[in-house]
Design a protein around this ligand. Structure first.
Ligand SMILES: *Cc1c(COP(=O)(O)O)cnc(C)c1O
Length: 375
């Protein structure tokens, strides 16, 4: 059997182990240390806009702490993009709050500004103003940020920007992960860079960063003993993981270039095949890291989605359906929803294809061959 071709697997740059070795040599084997502050520095420099970064144990933890700091409590309502991974929305439930799901627009597949406003108006008419809006840049594609922020500002609602899949993507030249009141990143094993597992909160002020770290380290008050006047969490990143992150930062831009090459490969591969649409950037304002390359298989394609998946599977090539919308998930089946079910169509027609920065020409040849065999 041929080696498996994965959607997105870790791709080390080579210097990661130096940072880890240094951590061992200096005994900084703890959820703090020089790699943590070094990685935070690297991210702050990369993102620009004078942002402050706090490294955490996961992207999901970062979203949770954003909601905590925005004062989201029991029975508050929080608006969230429905077309996303559950890491975006589960923290709403952690707080005992109520999710209100908003569907996507067709150009970026992210939250539709019109449906967002419709949702806000409806909830206000019902006597509950949403506490926060969670927007996502899915698969690395920047959402229609200006339009979404205009709606959020009009109603004075805080924005949590989920840039877990979008590190290195830009909107009008500005880095994704710098647009929210709080923004979050993920360094899980399958993301554009990885720390084996981890995440970060991107903050607007040093004070917000301090508060984030306070909540992420069990909310210990300033006292000689352990004194607690707030509920905290154990969400800080370890100095070992952060060492991997520092090495990964050295190759981030190179890896983004390779992911974008993968997208160009698929655009070319499917260009003459009727009914197969490769996700693309709407215009020059949107620069995607193309974390994953995605296709839609329409009715007039020469094969069905199932046939395509089967053909790839037979050659040990991984494919995966697009995210199943949150409002269709059993855990959120009674949730309030606004939209016209575009995300359901995307889920039904769409697939993610192998997109890693570590794919070789021989892998591309195998993918091409598997497609030709199917045709
Ligand atoms: C990966 C991901 C998260 C969560 O990040 P973890 O580090 O895995 O907890 C949140 N939102 C989106 C869109 C993601 O892809």
């Amino acid at each position: 059997m041929n080696q498996k071709i994965w959607l997105s697997s870790p791709h080390m740059g080579g210097t990661e182990q130096n940072y880890i070795k240094e951590a061992f040599d200096t005994n900084w084997v703890a959820p703090l240390g020089p790699n943590v502050s070094g990685f935070e520095n690297d991210l702050e420099n990369y993102l620009g806009q004078d942002k402050k970064v706090a490294c955490l144990s996961s992207g999901t933890a970062a979203i949770h702490l954003a909601l905590v700091q925005l004062g989201v409590k029991l029975n508050d309502e929080v608006i969230c993009q429905t077309f996303t991974f559950c890491g975006s929305s589960n923290p709403i439930a952690y707080q005992g709050a109520i999710p209100v799901f908003v569907d996507s627009e067709p150009e970026t597949w992210n939250m539709c500004p019109k449906h967002l406003e419709e949702a806000i108006k409806d909830r206000i008419a019902n006597g509950v103003k949403p506490k926060a809006i969670i927007i996502v840049h899915l698969y690395g594609m920047p959402s229609k940020i200006d339009e979404l922020l205009a709606v959020a500002n009009k109603y004075q609602i805080a924005v949590v920007e989920d840039a877990a899949e979008a590190l290195g993507s830009t909107y009008k030249g500005r880095q994704c992960g710098t647009f929210g009141d709080f923004s979050i990143l993920s360094f899980n094993g399958n993301k554009i860079i990885t720390t084996s597992g981890g995440g970060a909160m991107v903050c607007n002020t040093e004070e917000d960063k301090k508060q984030t770290i306070f909540y992420a380290t069990q909310a210990r008050d300033n006292a000689p003993h352990y004194e607690h006047s707030k509920i905290g969490y154990n969400y800080r990143m370890s100095n070992i993981s952060a060492g991997i992150g520092r090495g990964q930062m050295e190759v981030l831009d190179k890896h983004i270039g390779l992911r974008r090459d993968m997208n160009a490969f698929y655009t070319n591969l499917f260009k003459d095949i009727k009914g197969v649409e490769v996700q693309k950037q709407p215009n020059a304002d949107f620069y995607s890291n193309f974390w994953l390359s995605c296709i839609l298989i329409h009715e007039d394609a020469p094969f069905t989605k199932a046939q395509f998946q089967e053909a790839m599977d037979a050659e040990n090539i991984e494919t995966r359906p697009l995210w199943k919308p949150m409002h269709m998930q059993p855990i959120f089946k009674n949730a309030i929803y606004f939209g016209d079910h575009l995300s359901q169509t995307l889920f039904e027609k769409g697939l993610c294809l192998p997109s890693g920065s570590n794919l070789q020409q021989t892998d591309l040849d195998r993918i091409k061959k598997a497609l030709n065999k199917l045709l």
